[in-house]
Design a protein around this ligand. Structure first.
Ligand code: PHE
Length: 459
């Protein structure tokens, strides 16, 4: 990030400010667009029946995601610090109980837990780079591609190795400071990823099963969607937009005062959603054209895309490029998952960035071993029919992120003085402000609580 010193708020950011709003949009989009869009969205859509799930997810992005994103950015910009210190400052400013600082603690924990499995999946993307380059997929059948993927899952050593590489890359960037690391890469590689996805969709259009793929994604069949599926759709809205754990709050802390929070939030949410929908449009026609199951689970993109790459002209080039871009997208999300923890260690524990990154990275790497083993050695060990990976993902994504978002909405809607929010959002007290206010005060909290109650079968 290009950061200049100074702040026009009474709260000063000790880390400076983004030079303009595009730097923020870029960093926040880098955080939002990642494995969530390309790996997770297609597979959970496949597992939860398609269209109805997508519709609920889109609704959640609009009614919960965008208002919470605005809330996180506004809290961050007002507090100008790490989530914990930001909330503490705002509690004092609002004369509210310091209880709300729990948002910061909870968020840091969610970030650690999510990165622990995110890194293992990031490792899958990394190992597929040499796989693609070697031409391993050229002319492969669906069975051969599945065999390669299952072979990877069956090998704890290989998974651990690539999980370690991914963590090392992430923590090296974080240790050097986000600004020096990934900024330029994101600026160039994200648009390329977007174009490559368009190419993939173009390819999928010629497969003969495109219409079926489109229908699967966009034709809602509510009998295929369970209460649990609704919870997963809401959790994914938080996950894919990086909300509920403080990542967007910490990026918001560096945002100059004159930027419209509503506009940038909508830009980020739309860009993120487009990437996910493109990924879905590329993948499901391939699934149907090859007689595969949409509900294949976490391996879905790793067993479908290589088939298409293996058949298309220039497949070795395109597949290598694709997995390089996917890895970068994953890295720019991973650094935002751990940034709140590292910055907190630097600010509050007076550690150097390098020490803080090493410590956080090591803890996360250790937890990640649980995920590595859950695909092989401990795959039969389940709690509530979930492996370690499934359980961790479920708790962190579907419970912790929405709870964090709920707390932020309640804090901003009911405890932070209305004038402060209006001042930060700079929309005056007009219709735009009133819509946001109404959403965070009533709609967002009620929606989150209703989905929770529904999933636990209480209502
Ligand atoms: N949004 C990222 C993705 O879709 C994951 C993420 C979640 C990043 C939460 C930061 C915080 O891949």
């Amino acid at each position: 990030m290009s950061i200049q010193q100074g702040s026009d708020n009474q709260n000063q950011s000790i880390h400076g400010l983004w030079t303009n709003r595009w730097m923020f949009v870029l960093a926040a989009t880098g955080s939002a667009v990642g494995l969530g869009n390309i790996w997770k969205f297609p597979y959970i859509t496949g597992e939860n029946g398609g269209g109805a799930f997508v519709l609920v997810y889109l609704l959640c992005v609009a009614v919960i995601g965008i208002p919470i994103m605005m809330t996180e950015v506004l809290l961050g910009r007002r507090g100008r610090s790490t989530p914990i210190n930001t909330i503490r400052r705002l509690c004092d400013e609002a004369s509210a109980s310091r209880f709300w600082v729990v948002i910061g603690w909870f968020g840091m924990l969610a970030g650690l837990l999510i990165l622990s499995f995110y890194s293992v999946i990031g490792g899958w993307a990394l190992v597929y780079i040499p796989n693609a380059m070697s031409g391993m997929f050229s002319g492969s059948t669906a069975e051969q591609v599945a065999e390669i993927f299952n072979g990877l899952l069956a090998s704890p050593g290989t998974l651990l190795f690539w999980h370690s590489v991914f963590m090392l890359m992430t923590m090296t960037i974080v240790a050097r400071g986000v600004e020096k690391g990934i900024e330029k890469a994101v600026r160039i590689l994200m648009p390329v990823l977007f174009v490559l996805l368009l190419v993939m969709v173009g390819y999928a259009m010629n497969l003969g099963e495109f219409a079926r793929g489109v229908a699967f994604l966009f034709k809602p069949d509510f009998s295929a969607l369970s209460a649990n599926g609704v919870l997963i759709a809401m959790g994914h809205a938080f996950f894919t937009l990086s909300l509920g754990m403080g990542a967007i709050m910490i990026y918001g802390a560096y945002l100059p005062k004159d930027v419209s929070i509503a506009k940038v939030s909508i830009i980020i949410a739309v860009a993120d959603t487009l990437v996910a929908l493109l990924a879905g449009l590329a993948i499901f026609p391939i699934v149907f054209a090859n007689g595969l199951e949409p509900s294949a689970g976490p391996g879905l993109i790793f067993v479908t895309l290589p088939i298409a790459f293996g058949q298309m002209p220039g497949g070795v080039f395109f597949s290598t490029l694709f997995f390089v871009l996917l890895s970068f997208a994953a890295l720019s999300s991973a650094i935002s998952l751990v940034e709140p923890v590292v910055t907190w260690l630097v600010e509050n524990k007076k550690m150097s960035r390098v020490r803080a990154s090493t410590l956080a990275g090591f803890v996360i790497w250790c937890i990640g071993i649980g995920t590595v083993l859950s695909f092989n050695v401990t795959s039969a060990v389940t709690v509530f029919e979930k492996t370690f990976f499934d359980l961790l993902d479920f708790i962190a994504t579907n419970i912790m992120l929405p709870l964090g978002g709920l707390a932020m909405a309640l804090f901003a809607g009911w405890f932070l003085p209305r004038l402060i929010s209006a001042d930060e959002l700079s929309m005056g007290q007009g219709a735009g402000f009133r819509v946001w206010w109404f959403l965070v005060r009533y709609i967002t909290p009620c929606a989150v609580v209703l989905v929770f109650l529904n999933a636990t079968k209480i209502i």
